[in-house]
Design a protein around this ligand. Structure first.
Ligand SMILES: *Cc1c(COP(=O)(O)O)cnc(C)c1O
Length: 383
């Protein structure tokens, strides 16, 4: 076992060792760590729904009625009314025929991709896709090709040479989680059509944030009919837990019978589904939450221009400041922490070498004064 301690020393020396902080209160704009209140700019809880009163109430009511655990996998006896209700809610919200809920978004990606393609097929992925997509591609056994980030020429070059493959699947994040930019979905769909490839879009950071109805980047580009397979998570803007795939009825019936990360795992506790349903209802019925988010994003992005930072161009509430060196990024993050602000340093292997960054995310529930405190602290640590 000596290799383990040797590896740990190596990780440490390269400034890449990871430790976890412990949050002592509920997830909110302010979180408590070691008894100290910090202003958080690093949550995916974009709309503040993780601790929204109507979400909390839905959970309490569901626990009263259905207890906690689901006791078995969905296919055995764990499939309860709230799982079905959540899938109906998702498919209605997304404008698709059907949906399938997995315990996490990670499991939705590995389960869906590895069922859709296998040996003798081709799966094509953007270079900056989320780890769960990459793992799904690897697990599938299909030939796995990667195009440079958003490089449509490269995508087309790969497809041009793909005649020998039976099935072809293009999979992409809709919002790239470390850069905050969005995928050129209209181009992807057009190219896919030309070569008869399937398109799967991961709306983890898109759902609840983009589109007139908060349905995601697919809605933003008005491509709901063109994108065959839409995946997402219930753990980000929706503030809960779970992943889903939504599409036509055959697709969902197929995944229910093929996706191993769905079949061989216990169903989510029903109360978790109640939280997700309540979250989606808030997104559907109260666009003002999303409007507050975008107002905050515009305010921060506008003010950041006058500071001397190397900003990665982002189109979402994910705002990365490029630092480069991993240790330098950690030092900046520590300075901010001392000023009462939580923004983590994102380092390799999450991002490419020498592209370590401070990755900020803005929430709908940040107040103007929260944002001003952030800007003051950033201006103190620049240069
Ligand atoms: C967070 C994320 C996932 C995984 O979702 P979880 O529900 O947290 O497992 C998948 N894809 C993308 C793009 C993500 O950002």
């Amino acid at each position: 076992m000596k290799y383990i301690s040797d590896e740990l020393i190596k990780i440490n020396e390269s400034g890449l060792y990871r430790e976890m902080k412990v949050v002592e209160n509920a997830q909110d704009t302010h979180i408590e760590i070691k008894g100290k209140m910090l202003l958080s700019f690093c949550s995916n809880n974009y709309l503040g729904l993780a601790n929204n009163p109507s979400v909390v109430k839905a959970v309490k009511d569901a626990v009263e009625e259905y207890g906690w655990g689901a006791g078995a996998s969905r296919l055995v006896s764990g499939n309860m009314l709230l799982h079905e209700a959540l899938e109906n809610e998702i498919s209605r919200f997304k404008g698709k025929e059907a949906a399938l809920v997995f315990p996490t978004g990670y499991m939705a990606n590995i389960g869906a991709i590895s069922s859709l393609v296998s040996n003798g097929d081709l799966v094509i992925s953007d270079k900056l896709n989320h780890a769960s997509i990459i793992d799904g591609c690897r697990l599938s056994g299909a030939d796995f090709r990667v195009y440079a980030h958003c490089d449509m020429q490269k995508l087309e070059t790969i497809l041009r040479k793909s005649a020998k493959y039976n099935r072809k699947l293009i999979v992409t994040d809709s919002v790239f989680s470390m850069d905050g930019d969005i995928a050129p979905l209209p181009d992807i769909v057009r190219i896919a059509g030309k070569y008869e490839a399937m398109v799967m879009v991961d709306e983890a950071h898109g759902t609840g944030v983009f589109g007139e109805g908060g349905r995601g980047v697919v809605e933003h580009f008005n491509l709901n009919k063109e994108v065959d397979i839409v995946m997402g998570t219930l753990s980000k803007a929706i503030g809960s837990l779970g992943g889903y795939v939504t599409g036509d009825t055959d697709l969902i019936n197929y995944l229910r019978n093929r996706a191993r990360s769905f079949m061989y795992t216990t169903a989510l506790p029903p109360a978790v589904c109640a939280a997700s349903i309540a979250g989606i209802k808030l997104i559907r019925n109260d666009p003002s939450i999303r409007e507050s988010l975008w107002r905050n994003v515009r305010f921060i992005k506008d003010k950041l221009k006058s500071l001397d930072f190397n900003l990665i161009s982002s189109e979402s509430p994910i705002i990365p400041i490029l630092i480069g060196d991993a240790q330098k990024a950690i030092d900046r993050s520590k300075l901010l922490y001392k000023k009462g602000i939580l923004i983590p340093a994102i380092r390799p292997p999450t991002v490419p070498t020498n592209s370590s960054r401070l990755r900020m995310t803005v929430m709908a529930t940040h107040t103007k004064s929260d944002l001003e405190i952030l800007l003051d602290a950033l201006s103190d640590i620049q240069g």
